[in-house]
Design a protein around this ligand. Structure first.
Ligand code: NA7
Length: 293
């Protein structure tokens, strides 16, 4: 096994990096805010992405958005500044599929391989090691990456060439937000009718209407616990990517567009740092009904 680097110790990256250490890998980490990297017990902390690239054979990235991945890869002290031929970059961030293809081809010119591997399952999945990973890349690179991703993944699906993992992650986000809208409308209706919300959840989650969103975020919505598994600001970043791709392809996604607008009202109210399940607050405002009253 090669030494493995991990860049981006945020809500997702921290669980993933910890699981790499727990699986016995030799792990080197870097995070812009150094204290989060230092909190990964058993890992070595590097001074820059370039240092990570110089000492590891495979480097995972899990940072916020497309410009952030560019900065980590192509910045002055970025991965390419320290990379030698044969390095494999595995990008777990959710970013633009077309920027992914472009970055991968610039890396290829330097003999550096790229696998896009966005994840689903939230910080809970990262911590439990049960993430779903949607992978794009050359089959040999994907097999090489799989040996490390196994430490935090429940399902690793190789979709096709570089960029295809990001495309499928955007498909995933359509399902996430429409499930979130469904959960919000359903619980508000139950609230208006005066039935017990927890009993409602228990009664419906095992049937045809069940979803990960309802089972995992429904209880948080009932308790009005808005701590993020995934923030509204990051959700909007993904929906922008979804709507851009749909626009390029000439596809209408009316439900997704509606959720994007509802989240915008919450961002205007300064709630962008809350979890994506706070979507229900936009519908509470429209209806003058509040869960839990
Ligand atoms: P978080 O918890 O907001 O973490 C974001 C991470 O990205 C965090 O480690 C940030 O460092 C890092 N970051 C953000 N911008 C940069 C730049 N420009 N340079 C270096 N590092 C940066 O997000 P999640 O963990 O929930 O999600 C991460 C990705 O996975 C995202 O694409 C999701 O859509 C899926 P910081 O600690 O702020 O210094």
């Amino acid at each position: 096994m090669e030494r493995v680097g991990f860049i981006g110790i945020g809500l997702m990256g921290s669980g993933m990096a910890r699981n790499l250490v727990a699986a016995g890998h030799d792990v080197v980490v870097w995070n812009r805010t150094r204290s989060k990297a230092e909190a990964v017990a058993g890992a070595t902390v590097a001074d820059s992405p370039a240092d990570v690239a110089a000492s590891a054979g495979v480097v995972m990235i899990c940072v916020s958005d497309t410009p952030d991945v560019r900065a980590v890869v192509e910045g002055d002290d970025g991965l390419l500044a320290g990379a030698s031929e044969g390095l494999l970059i595995v990008d777990h961030s959710t970013i633009s599929p077309s920027a992914t293809v472009e970055l991968a081809s610039r890396c290829a010119e330097r003999g550096v391989a790229w696998v896009d591997a966005p994840v689903s399952g939230g910080p809970e999945g990262a911590e439990r090691g049960t993430l779903s990973v949607m992978v794009g890349g050359d089959p040999a690179d994907v097999e090489r990456a799989r040996r490390y991703m196994d430490a935090y993944s429940g399902a690793i699906v190789h979709i096709g060439p570089v960029g295809s993992g990001q495309v499928v992650k955007l498909v995933n986000q359509v399902l996430v937000v429409i499930n979130q809208l469904a959960s919000s409308e359903a619980l508000l209706l139950a609230q208006a009718a005066g039935v017990d919300l927890e009993a409602t959840l228990r009664a419906v989650e095992g049937g045809a209407a069940g979803s990960w969103m309802l089972s995992n975020r429904g209880p948080q919505m009932i308790e009005r616990d808005w701590r993020p598994g995934f923030t509204i600001d990051l959700q909007q970043k993904d929906l922008r990517l979804v709507l851009d791709m749909a626009d390029e392809l000439g596809v209408a996604l009316p439900g997704t567009a509606l959720v994007f607008q509802l989240y915008r009202t919450l961002q205007r109210r300064g709630l962008g740092g809350e979890g994506n399940h706070a979507l229900v607050k936009a519908l509470e405002e429209l209806n003058g009904i509040r869960l839990g009253d």
